[in-house]
Design a binder for this molecule. Structure first.
Ligand code: DON
Length: 570
C-alpha cells in the first residue's frame, strides 16, 4: 500500500513537472506586445486580464472592466492586487473628453502619532512600519472602486464582483511567478498563522499548475457584492477587521473604517510638446513631479541626444534630482498641507532649474538648499492596469499594498491581506523610507492623513483624441519609469514595445546616484558618467509598465516583459 502510494506520488510528480513545462511553454509563447483594433487590457496577471476583456466584450465600458479587474487581482495577484490597500484611478470619458481622478489612498488611523515608529534613540524602526498590524493604513480600495462605479459604471456592482468571487471560490491555476514569490517570503508569512494557512496550504505555496482556492476571501467578496462597500466599512467585515488587527497589536478602529472617504480630485493637466498629459494630483506626488521634470526637459532639444547615452542620462537624471528634492520637501496630503502647485508649473522656476543643469558634472544633492531644510533592496510590489474600450473611454489604475503582500497580515477570518502603507509617510522626517526616499514634515504622520504616494496613472491626449494610457509599480521609481516611456514615445518616436523594453534609469535626489538597470546600458556610457562624477547604482529591474498607445492599426498594448503580465485585446 505504502509503495503504491509512493508510486502514485512519483507519477504525480512527473505529471506535475509536465504541467509546469506545458504552462511555461504556453506562457513563453504569449506575446508581451500586441495590436488590437478596438479595445484592450494591459495588466500584470493573465486571469484578471481575461476578466477585463470579457466585461468589455459583453458591452461594459473601461471603468466596468477596471472595477472587475481590480477585484479579480485582489484574488489572483495577492502581492499587490487588493481590497486591503489603496490606490488611484484616472478615467477619461470619451463622450465629454473630461478626465476624472479618484483617490482611494489609505489614511493613518486616528490613534496614529508622528513618532509612533521611533525607537528610544529617536531613529525610526522599519520593522514596525512595514510588517504586521501597526503598518496598516485604513484601506481605501473598496470605497474607491465603489465611488468610481457610481460615477462611471454601467454594469451592476454584483456583476462586476462575480468573476473575482468565482476565482476565489473555485480557484485559478497558479503560475510559477506566484509560487516563487510566496516561497521567497515563507519566513515572513510564518509569523502570521492565518496568512500562512491561506498562502501555504499543507505548509507549501500552491504549486504551479494547481488550483489555488481562497474560501474566506470568497465569502468577504460575496458580502461586498451583496451589501455594497458598507459591508467593508461599517458592517460585519469591518467588525472582523478591527478585531483581527487588534489581536496583532493594530490600532485601526470601527470609527476609522466608518470615517474613511474616497475622493474625486482634479487631475494634474499640462502640455508636453503638443500632447496633453493628465496624471494624479496629491496625495500622489506622481503628476506634479512628472510635470516639473517634463516641463524642464521640454526646454532641451532631447531628440538630438543619443538615447540612453551619457549626455542624455546626465541631463535627465539631473532634472529628476531637482524635482525629487521639491517633491520630498513640499508634497503631502493636500487636506493637511498647503501644496505649492505653482512651483511645479512656474516658467521662472523651470527656467531657473534648467539653467542650473550641467550634464558635464552633477550637482551635489547635499549642497542643495532642500537638504538642510529636511535635514535595500527588496523586491516590492504595486500594480498598474491600463484599459481602453471600443468607445475610446480609458481607465488607468495603480493600486497597491505597498510592499509585496503588504504587512503580510491576513486577519479576522476575512481572507484580506492588509497593506503596509504607513511606511510611505516620513516615519521620521529626514530618514529614508523603504524606497530610500528622504522626506520632510509635509509627509509626517497625522491622524486621518493620507501618506504621500508616487503612483502615476497617466493618460495622454492629442487634439482631443486619446493617445495613450500607462502606469507602473516601482515605489519611488514609478514617476521616472512613466517619464521614460513618455520620452521614448514622444521625443524618440519608438513603437510602444521598444519604448517599454528600453533600459531604465532613475535619480531621486537622495541617494545622490543614478540607479540603472544592469546589463541594459552601454558600459562605455556608464564609465563616462563615472568619469564626470556621477554616482551609479545597478538595479536588476525597474518597473512593470502596463501601457496602451494609439497606432494606425488600432491600439498597441504592452505588458512589461520584465515581469508577469500578458496583454489581451480584440
Ligand atoms: O504609493 C507609493 O508610492 C508606494 N506605496 C508604491 C509601492 C510600489 O510601487 C511598490 N512596487 N514596486
Amino acid at each position: 500500500m505504502l509503495s503504491g502510494n509512493k508510486r502514485l506520488a512519483g507519477n504525480f510528480r512527473y505529471f506535475f513537472l509536465f504541467v509546469l513545462w506545458l504552462t511555461s511553454v504556453a506562457f513563453g509563447q504569449l506575446p508581451r506586445h500586441i495590436i488590437a483594433p478596438h479595445a484592450g487590457v494591459a495588466c500584470a496577471e493573465i486571469n484578471a486580464a481575461r476578466v477585463g476583456i470579457q466585461i468589455l466584450q459583453q458591452g461594459g465600458n473601461a471603468m466596468d472592466a477596471m472595477i472587475a479587474v481590480g477585484f479579480a487581482m485582489a484574488v489572483t495577484y495577492p502581492r499587490a492586487g487588493n481590497i486591503g490597500g489603496g490606490g488611484f484611478i484616472l478615467y477619461r470619458d470619451a463622450r465629454t473628453g473630461k478626465v476624472s481622478a479618484f483617490d482611494f489612498r489609505e489614511v493613518a488611523p486616528a490613534a496614529a502619532r508622528y513618532d509612533m515608529y521611533w525607537r528610544a534613540d529617536g531613529t525610526p524602526d522599519p520593522q514596525k512600519s512595514r510588517l504586521g498590524a501597526l503598518a496598516v493604513g485604513v484601506p481605501g480600495t473598496v470605497r474607491g472602486l465603489a465611488l468610481a462605479h457610481k460615477r462611471f459604471g454601467t454594469f451592476s456592482w454584483e456583476r462586476l464582483l462575480q468573476p473575482a468571487i468565482e476565482l476565489a471560490r473555485y480557484g485559478f491555476v497558479v503560475d510559477s511567478f506566484l509560487y516563487r514569490s510566496l516561497e521567497n517570503r515563507r519566513e515572513r508569512f510564518q509569523q502570521f498563522p492565518e496568512s500562512f494557512r491561506i498562502f501555504f496550504p499543507n505548509g507549501q505555496p500552491p504549486r504551479p499548475g494547481t488550483l489555488f482556492i481562497q474560501k474566506d476571501l470568497a465569502i468577504t467578496l460575496e458580502q461586498i457584492a451583496r451589501e455594497g462597500p458598507d459591508a467593508f466599512y461599517t458592517g460585519e467585515i469591518a467588525a472582523k477587521i478591527v478585531e483581527g488587527l487588534k489581536k496583532h497589536g493594530g490600532i485601526i478602529s470601527l470609527d476609522d473604517l466608518r470615517n474613511y472617504r474616497a475622493k474625486e480630485r482634479e487631475p494634474i493637466k499640462f502640455t508636453y510638446r503638443g500632447y496633453t498629459i493628465y496624471s494624479m494630483p496629491p496625495p500622489s506626488s506622481g503628476g506634479l513631479t512628472l510635470q516639473g521634470i517634463l516641463k524642464t526637459l521640454e526646454t532641451f532639444p532631447l531628440h538630438q541626444f543619443e538615447h540612453n547615452g551619457a549626455d542624455y542620462m546626465a541631463l535627465v537624471s539631473e532634472v529628476e534630482k531637482q524635482w525629487y528634492a521639491k517633491r520630498n520637501l513640499y508634497l503631502g496630503d493636500p487636506d493637511f498641507v498647503k501644496i505649492p502647485f505653482h512651483l511645479f508649473s512656474s516658467p521662472e522656476v523651470i527656467h531657473q532649474i534648467a539653467s542650473r543643469i550641467d550634464p558635464r558634472r552633477p550637482v551635489n544633492s547635499r549642497e542643495m538648499p532642500e537638504y538642510n531644510q529636511i535635514r535595500q533592496q527588496e523586491s516590492t510590489h504595486t500594480t498598474h492596469i491600463s484599459i481602453v474600450d471600443a468607445h475610446g473611454n480609458a481607465a488607468a489604475m495603480t493600486y497597491t499594498l505597498n510592499g509585496s503582500y503588504g504587512s503580510f497580515l491576513v486577519a479576522g477570518g476575512t481572507g484580506i491581506l492588509f497593506n503596509n502603507e504607513m511606511d510611505d509617510f516620513s516615519t521620521r522626517p529626514g530618514h529614508p523610507n523603504m524606497y530610500g526616499l528622504v522626506q520632510g514634515w509635509a509627509n509626517a504622520i497625522e491622524p486621518g492623513k493620507r501618506m504621500l504616494s508616487s503612483m502615476t496613472p497617466t493618460i495622454v491626449v492629442r487634439d482631443d483624441q486619446l493617445v495613450g494610457v500607462l502606469g507602473t509599480p516601482g515605489g519611488s521609481t514609478i514617476i521616472t519609469s512613466v517619464l521614460q516611456v513618455l520620452l521614448n514615445k514622444i521625443d524618440f518616436h519608438m513603437p510602444l514595445s521598444q519604448a517599454v523594453e528600453k533600459g531604465r534609469f532613475h535619480q531621486q535626489w537622495i541617494p545622490d546616484s543614478i540607479a540603472y538597470e544592469k546589463d541594459r546600458f552601454d558600459p562605455d556610457v556608464l564609465q563616462e558618467l563615472q568619469r564626470r562624477g556621477f554616482g551609479l547604482m545597478p538595479y536588476s529591474k525597474i518597473g512593470d509598465i502596463q501601457a496602451i498607445w494609439k497606432t494606425d492599426a488600432g491600439w498597441e498594448i504592452s505588458s512589461d516583459p520584465r515581469r508577469s503580465g500578458y496583454p489581451i485585446g480584440y
